[in-house]
Design a protein around this ligand. Structure first.
Ligand code: PLP
Length: 479
């Protein structure tokens, strides 16, 4: 069992061969903290430097990450992140910059350059880089829609969200005060046009939030009809572009009739993510939504020789501030480096290989697993992992850990009962994919021959099968 840092506390004098910090004028904590926060009351452990280093290295070795192996977590786009982006983000000239430093033209040019590239990639007219995540990007987009209709004096209080959308879509719209009209997917996993038209005709719908490709990994072939119906009935089309990876260099939401799109920089443009961040969810808009973009924005001086400046214009029309300063700078630098490094051709290859890898994996798994909404998928697909002898998707996921893989997303999307959502990403080689396929097919055989082995998995991890509900509600963080 892992020892906590508190268990490793020793009398500090025992092992004190690392020079002490001797910052001049730095008071001892005990001198400046009020009595109630004094060190003794806080029960802080006494830890020499080598013990603390080993403690955290040990913890990091118990983790599984993209640098260990394939991480096929559907909907999350856990691709390998090139290390050169890390080096660039850590350049002292960039990471030691203070956001209030005046006239930091270089950093403003990186941000503006990223804006321009995202406009080109998605077919939009302007971008805000301020939102810190995809879900915040959605919220920003919905607030802009709200402000747009308020400024026109139009009362529209509903948003349409298909049931194949990401769960954050209805949540963002509801947070902004909208009620949600959910439309069920048809038998092909697409949005039924007649129902969309019926809902739009009521006249009280502000717009549609479409996740495309949707959470089944399917691109909606009716996309142009969909946006036409919404636009002709006075609604706004919002594109959840978190699944942009397969579309890179192939097609653009801006060309399909969408007015607003968010992208997930941490998914598509290779920022390490997981455990809650950090991320960035830039939002792109067509011209008519520019006045509503959050402040501040980075704009070009009319006299171009004077470079870029940070603008608080549009204060009256803007939805306001949504983040500190200008967004998650370090994440945005990585995205800039990634896009510049690959260039247009490289980005297109990313998209094409993400689709190729997913379709290869799907076709090989079809031997033993059911794919309820079949057809050519984009970057991910959903299998029904209900196996013989009542083996469930959870059992398969846990057994995969014994084979040394990270498990795919399970029980999402909700429209497939024993859903397992698999996204291999473009960065995995055929050999990695084949190893994963072998493991999945072997688990199928185990379900037939020795189901208890799968149902009781994992057997090789530090901690065995937990009660998932209790583990979330009453976590035991140590024995
Ligand atoms: C990940 C994801 C989101 C939410 O993005 P976060 O950055 O996690 O807030 C929204 N929509 C889709 C389709 C996603 O995959």
């Amino acid at each position: 069992m892992t020892k906590l840092i508190f268990d490793k506390s020793i009398e500090i004098q025992e092992n004190n061969f690392v020079p002490k910090m001797d910052l001049q004028g730095c008071a001892d904590l005990a001198d400046i903290l009020p009595d109630k926060y004094q060190k003794n009351d806080l029960n802080l452990p006494n830890i020499p430097e080598n013990v603390i280093v080993r403690h955290f290295i040990d913890l990091s070795k118990q983790n599984y990450c993209v640098d260990d192996g394939i991480y096929p977590l559907g909907s999350c786009t856990m691709k390998y992140n090139p290390k050169v982006n890390e080096m660039i983000a850590r350049l002292p000239e960039l990471c030691n910059l203070h956001p209030l430093q005046p006239n930091a033209q270089g950093s403003l040019q990186i941000l503006k350059g990223l804006e321009y590239m995202l406009c080109e990639i998605t077919g939009m007219d302007a971008f805000t880089l301020n939102p810190a995540a995809g879900a915040q990007g959605e919220f920003v987009g919905i607030l802009m829609i709200k402000k747009y209709f308020e400024s026109r004096g139009e009362k529209r209080d509903k948003i349409i969200v298909p049931d194949s959308a990401h769960g954050t879509n209805p949540a963002s719209a509801a947070m902004a005060g909208y009620s949600i009209i959910e439309i069920a997917s048809d038998e092909n996993g697409r949005l039924p046009l007649d129902q969309l038209e019926f809902a739009m005709k009521e006249g009280d719908v502000a717009g549609l939030m479409l996740t495309n490709p949707n959470t089944l990994g399917l691109f909606d072939r009716n996309i142009l009809e969909i946006t036409k119906i919404v636009n002709e009935n006075g609604g706004i089309c919002y594109y959840d572009g978190a699944n942009l990876n397969p579309m890179l260099g192939v097609c653009r939401p801006g060309d399909m009739g969408f007015d607003i799109v968010h992208v997930n920089v941490h998914k598509t443009f290779s920022t390490p993510h997981g455990g809650g961040g950090p991320g960035a969810g830039p939002v792109g808009v067509k011209q008519k939504f520019v006045p509503y973009l959050p402040i501040p924005r980075i704009l070009e001086n009319k006299n171009r020789d004077k470079g870029l400046y940070i603008s608080y214009e549009n204060k009256e029309t803007s939805i306001g501030r949504v983040n500190n300063f200008y967004g998650n700078f370090g994440v945005l630098i990585r995205a800039y480096a990634y896009i510049r490094g690959l260039g247009p051709e490289g980005l297109r290859r990313v998209g094409q290989n993400a689709v190729l890898n997913a379709n290869y994996l799907k076709s090989m798994l079809l031997e033993k697993y059911e794919v309820p909404y079949d057809g050519k998928c984009m970057h991910e697909f959903v299998i029904d992992a209900k196996l013989p002898n009542d083996v469930t998707a959870e059992d398969v996921a846990k057994r995969l850990l014994d084979y040394g893989f990270y498990a795919p997303t399970i029980y999402f999307p909700l429209i497939v009962h024993e859903a397992m959502m698999i996204e291999p990403t473009e960065t995995e080689s055929k050999r990695e994919l084949d190893d994963f396929i072998d493991a999945m097919l072997e688990i199928y055989q185990e379900a037939v021959n020795d189901p208890e082995k799968v149902k009781k998995a994992p057997h090789k991890t530090n901690i065995g099968r937990l009660d998932a509900t209790l583990a979330a509600r009453k976590p035991h963080l140590r024995e």
